[in-house]
Ligand binder design. Structure first.
Ligand SMILES: O=C(O)CCC(=O)C(=O)O
Length: 276
């Protein structure tokens, strides 16, 4: 499966729509290994966790990030799953570096929505060649909290203010409140005004999407199916370091010796995983 390539149509969809649904992105062995990681992480989270209703078997939103430097499975996944190559193809980039992994669990009957947002404003970079690969580890439908996107919105050249997901409950995410700027419009109240697309996925399918596209997800209305996904973040050739106030502090200027405006060179924090 590490040889999976994007088809011409898939690359065109990513370029035009800002998102592409990649069937069979990884095989069942990876899905099973990553589900085990998710199970263990729920009981033993990292300092970057956001856990709403911790310990609950329903109505629980759990996110944890930045596991790859400590977790052998995630470390191997980013190097061996073939995702780096798919990211490079989608981004039309000669090389890709890894940024971080993001585990996202919505247990059955989870009310918490994922608010509409762009990813780029949260991160300490400038550049257009930034993408995520959101890998479904369970079957997901839009009603079961799959992602939705405003098609083509990655091309609008707008930078929206990041907001703190989960508000005051999200103790590890308050850094986002430091930014100033234009808030994301109220897309949910005016859905018909937007070209919204959503996807149903099977385990092992993935959505590759631009860090500039507006996206969000409903809560998980299912009474039987937890929703588990792993989102990995990838940086292409045009990305430069831009550690602005109010961006994600997991990797910050104390960690890396990159001058603002310089290309991302650091292999310890942003390993180059693919080069043509
Ligand atoms: O899984 C979710 O609900 C949110 C995922 C997301 O926004 C992302 O991966 O960028």
């Amino acid at each position: 499966m590490a040889d999976r390539s994007l088809t011409h149509d898939e690359m065109t969809a990513f370029a035009q729509d800002g998102v592409v649904n990649v069937k069979g992105c990884v095989d069942a062995d990876w899905v099973s290994l990553l589900l085990d990681v998710a199970e263990r992480q729920l009981d033993n989270p990292s300092p970057w966790v956001n856990d709403v209703n911790a310990g609950g078997s329903e109505n629980r939103l759990f996110t944890d990030r930045y596991l790859w430097r400590h977790n052998d499975v995630i470390h191997r996944f980013i190097r061996e799953s073939g995702c780096a190559r798919l990211a490079a193809q989608a981004l039309q980039s000669q090389s890709v570096r890894f940024y971080f992994d993001h585990l996202l669990v919505k247990k059955i009957r989870t009310e918490a929505v994922t608010p509409w947002h762009q990813d780029a404003p949260y991160w300490p970079f400038r550049g257009k060649q930034i993408a995520s690969i959101w890998l479904a580890l369970t079957p997901v439908t839009v009603a079961g909290s799959s992602l939705e996107f405003v098609r083509g919105s990655h091309l609008n050249n707008v930078y929206y203010l990041p907001e703190v997901f989960g508000g005051e409950n999200n103790r590890s995410g308050q850094w986002a409140a430091e930014q100033k700027g234009e808030p994301v419009p109220d897309i949910e109240s005016e859905r018909s005004a937007y070209d919204i697309i959503g996807f149903d996925l099977e385990p092992g399918d993935a959505l590759i999407f631009s860090a500039w596209i507006l996206h969000g997800a409903p809560g998980n209305a299912s009474a039987t199916q937890n929703r588990v996904a792993l989102s990995t973040r990838w940086l292409g050739d045009d990305v430069v370091w831009d550690p602005r106030p109010g961006v994600d502090p997991t990797v910050n200027p104390e960690h890396v010796a990159i001058e603002p405006g310089q290309p991302i060179r650091d292999n310890a924090f942003f390993p180059e995983v693919f080069r043509l």
